[in-house]
Design a protein around this ligand. Structure first.
Ligand SMILES: [Zn+2]
Length: 340
């Protein structure tokens, strides 16, 4: 099959479109013919070099396609069924897995990160990863769902325990997680303040349901939040930008507020004044993916059309280098997807 592999870490030039062996069908696995694979900032981090990535490596975590073949032990699925894949691999028998917290399993891995992913034509995965999708969802749309909706759901519902009537600051409306978070907040009855880098992106954020938008290049985020919330601050900050806006995020929290973060796109060495942390009684959560039960929960809303994947544009798999460069340039609103 064709695949985009890396043999070394580095810039987009290390992405090679090449022939690789087809995956082997094991008795307990399902082979998927991939029709779409969405990119995430995770792909850029993996390409640049993360611990635990074995070379050569196939990137790509968000996968949709059709079942090509089922292993001998798989009796409830048929070839031809349209599916998306849960991107998480886990042991299935530890204390964390048994309590539905697969994302803190000691053997936790993510397709495309510490296991081969979906920038290719075929992939073999365990049955538990395979989720049939409704006809209303295109392959491109389906591939745009898993990472961002699971991540945002776990952050807001699992960690921040978001409740109706709360006010949230969702950083980065144009990112995949940002556009998912805005929709989840609105569905759960919260007021949403979001940030975006130009008027066009702000207009799109309002279309998704944002109540207020802040231009993070022209306006000071914490000043705007204070103005909008009548000096109170927000209940929850949804963060993934990192160093560039960290101080503004902390300043935007109300007393007793919660910040939950899943990324550090602009840099990871941010700091906090501990006096602010304890005196203002803030809660800080780090978050990575979510549990399988949370994935099922958020997918119900996606399949019913209450939450919608936001797709910016697609590239052919053979042009994955250009897709990486486009994502790194932050011009997009929503997901960038490669098509084998
Ligand atoms: Zn486990």
């Amino acid at each position: 099959m064709k695949a985009v592999r890396i043999h070394e870490f580095g810039g987009s030039e290390v992405l090679n479109y090449e022939d690789v062996p087809d995956p082997e069908l094991r008795k307990e696995h399902v082979v998927i013919r991939i029709r779409a694979c969405a990119l995430n900032h995770l792909d850029l981090w993996v390409r640049k070099g993360l611990p635990g990535v074995k070379l050569p490596h196939i990137l790509g975590s968000d996968i949709a396609g059709e079942i090509a073949e089922c292993g001998e032990y798989i009796t409830d699925l048929k070839p031809g069924t349209r599916v998306l894949l849960s991107p998480m691999l886990f042991c299935g028998h530890c204390e964390q897995c048994n309590t539905g917290r697969q994302n803190v399993c000691p053997q936790f891995a993510v397709l495309g990160n510490n296991a081969d992913g979906g920038n290719c034509e075929l992939i073999a995965v365990p049955r538990v990863n395979v989720v049939p999708i409704p006809d209303s969802l295109t392959f491109t749309g389906a591939a745009s769902v898993p990472l961002v909706f699971l991540t945002a759901w776990h952050m807001l519902v699992g960690n921040a325990k978001l409740r109706p009537g709360q006010t949230v600051l969702a950083m980065g409306a144009s990112s995949g997680v940002g556009s998912a978070a805005i929709q989840i907040y609105k569905m759960l009855g919260a007021a949403v303040i979001t940030t975006a880098g130009n008027e066009q992106k702000q207009a799109k954020a309002r279309e998704l349901g944002a109540d207020y938008t802040i231009d993070h290049y022209k306006q000071k985020i914490s000043d705007e939040v204070k103005r909008i919330t009548n000096r109170r601050g927000v209940d929850v900050v949804f963060e993934h930008v990192g160093k560039a806006t960290w101080a503004e995020c902390i300043k935007s929290l109300k007393y007793g507020g919660t910040l939950v973060t899943c990324g550090a796109t602009s840099g990871y060495d941010a700091s906090i004044d501990l006096r602010v942390l304890f005196a203002r009684q803030l809660s800080l959560f780090g978050s990575y993916m979510g549990g399988e039960g949370e994935f099922d929960e958020v997918l119900k809303h996606v399949f019913a059309g209450r939450l919608k994947p936001v797709v910016d544009r697609t590239f052919p798999l053979s042009e994955t280098r250009a897709a990486h460069e486009y994502l790194a340039g932050s011009e997009q609103f929503g997901k960038v997807v490669v098509l084998p």
